[in-house]
Design a protein around this ligand. Structure first.
Ligand code: FAD
Length: 465
């Protein structure tokens, strides 16, 4: 086996690729993205092995009450708990929009299941289990296998080294593949806010990755940093038992600062300016409070410690690059690809389908892929656009950078040869977002888009099931 030098790049001429050829492909992870990749790759005639370090499918949707030993996730030696789901979590998308297109997420009617339109996390996990069972994806998965190394080998193939996470000795197995599709999720490695004075501050800190239930915050004064779906949920969850909850967020309009209407113990502040050793937290808006706990709902880092590309793929301020359409590194394409990177997207599962169909089709030769030069030029133009728009690097994979939220899915659908997202899907997303912004307390239980639901159900009848 030869390890390429750090400066050596690989270019794989697609013209040399015979059409509709079957490849040996490794998929890392059996969450929603990995399952979708397995289905699309197998459907395209490839031989697929999925490596999953847990003993079950579902990734982040497999709730566990277990949390990590380091509540802010800085200790690299901590035992990693994969899921970031908290006990009270309900989806933030309507189920019609959320499910895979090939397997609509409809209420199953099975006993014990959650039929709500915005169901609990368990219902999503059960849905993924149904999906895996329907398409017999479990037989492709090697459970309890943690991948600890993915790297290039001499004949332009990839070696995947995995070991038994439940015990077992030594370095485990080593297998060689034509292509690797990385689906290891990106909601496990916490990003923490930098707070002046934090080393001397006497309170506790946790990241939302390790938040499960409100009980530990009873009668406490809690600061929740962030203004995302998770911070919204968590602050309301905690407010039921805590003495006070203070939300610290960037870019809050002045008129929203102060007590949150309808809540006796939630306040909105601008970002934390500093903290002091007497327990005080001061905010940029000039207010000060005393707090017992700070919860960082500040997002996650892309993290794939097992991947060795000799410097071809790097992570810089949470920008993974260079990646064409957030999927293919030009010099390694299509033999290395990433599924699921974009966040703040209209609907992750359908996006995974578009990404995976394209990857599977390129690998088989069914659809072409742009040349290395074209992909590189596209990436450079995208980075230049972000810079010119003042969008920080760390938002490279956030689809809030798009003017139109379906631009990416429309583009991928065209590339992979799939029908574009249905019009009802787009309209339903816009309606759901309007409700979420205007009715934060009730958006999951009140709606007026019955017409779109009925269009969705008409379409579902035409799908594969
Ligand atoms: P994951 O689900 O994280 O799966 C990755 C898998 O890879 C895991 O099973 C993991 O064990 C495995 N793995 C990782 N490393 C290795 C390794 N080295 N070797 C082997 N296996 C490995 N999306 C929605 O559509 N609707 C919502 O309402 C919604 N709410 C969310 C709420 C929270 C709190 C979070 C964190 C996310 C939410 N999402 C939501 C986004 C959600 O993450 C995606 O929907 C989707 O589940 C991500 O799937 P994934 O397969 O990319 O990653």
């Amino acid at each position: 086996m030869v390890t390429p030098s750090p400066n050596q790049t690989f270019s794989f001429p697609l013209s040399a690729m015979p059409s509709l050829i079957s490849r040996n492909v490794a998929v890392i992870g059996a969450g929603a993205a990995g399952l979708c990749a397995a289905l699309e790759l197998r459907g395209e005639g490839h031989n697929v092995v999925v490596y999953e370090r847990e003993n079950q499918i579902g990734g982040t949707w497999a709730y566990t009450p277990e949390t990590e030993s380091d509540p802010i996730g800085l200790d690299p030696k901590r035992k990693v708990v994969h899921s970031s789901v908290y006990a009270s979590l309900r989806t933030n998308l309507p189920r019609e929009n959320m499910g895979f297109r090939i397997y609509p997420f409809v209420a199953s009617g099975k006993p014990g299941r959650d039929p709500r339109r915005y169901p609990s996390h368990r219902e999503v996990w059960e849905y993924l289990r149904d999906f895996a069972e329907e398409f017999r994806l479990g037989e492709l998965v090697r459970f309890g296998r943690e991948v600890w190394h993915v790297g290039l080998v001499e004949d332009r193939k990839w070696v995947v080294k995995s070991r038994d996470r439940n015990g077992g000795e030594g370095d485990g197995d080593s297998e060689v593949y034509d292509a690797v599709v990385i689906c290891n999720g990106h909601y496990t490695e916490p990003r923490i806010a930098e707070i002046p004075g934090i080393d001397e501050w006497p309170g506790k800190q946790i990241h939302s990755h390790n938040y499960r239930v409100p009980d530990p915050f009873r009668d406490q004064a809690v600061v929740v940093i962030g203004n995302s779906a998770s911070s919204d949920d968590i602050c309301r969850d905690i407010a039921g038992v805590a003495k006070e909850v203070h939300i610290a967020a960037r870019s809050v309009e002045d008129k929203l600062l102060g007590k949150l209407p309808g809540h006796g113990n939630i306040w909105f502040h601008s970002m934390i300016k500093s903290v002091r050793k007497d327990g005080t937290v001061s905010f940029e808006d000039g207010t000060e409070i005393y707090a017992d706990v700070i919860i960082h709902c500040t997002g996650y880092k892309y993290h794939f410690p097992f991947l060795e590309t000799n410097g071809i793929v790097t992570v810089d301020d949470n920008r993974v690059g260079p990646l064409y359409k957030h999927i293919f590194p030009p010099t390694l394409a299509p033999w290395l690809s990433f599924v699921g990177f974009p966040w703040k997207v209209s609907a992750p599962f359908p996006m995974f389908e578009f990404q995976c169909k394209w990857i599977a089709g390129v690998l088989s030769g069914r659809v072409p892929l742009e040349s290395k030069e074209e992909m590189t030029a596209d990436i450079e133009a995208f980075y230049a656009f972000l810079e010119a728009s003042g969008i920080p690097k760390r938002y490279t994979h956030s689809h809030l950078t798009e003017e139109y939220p379906y631009e990416y899915s429309d583009c991928l659908a065209a590339k992979g040869g799939s029908p574009p997202p249905e019009e009802w899907r787009k309209q339903m997303y816009f309606a759901a977002e309007r409700r979420r912004a205007g009715m934060r307390e009730t958006y999951r239980d009140e709606w007026d888009d019955e017409d779109l639901i009925s269009l969705a159900h008409q379409d579902f009848k035409n799908y594969n099931l």
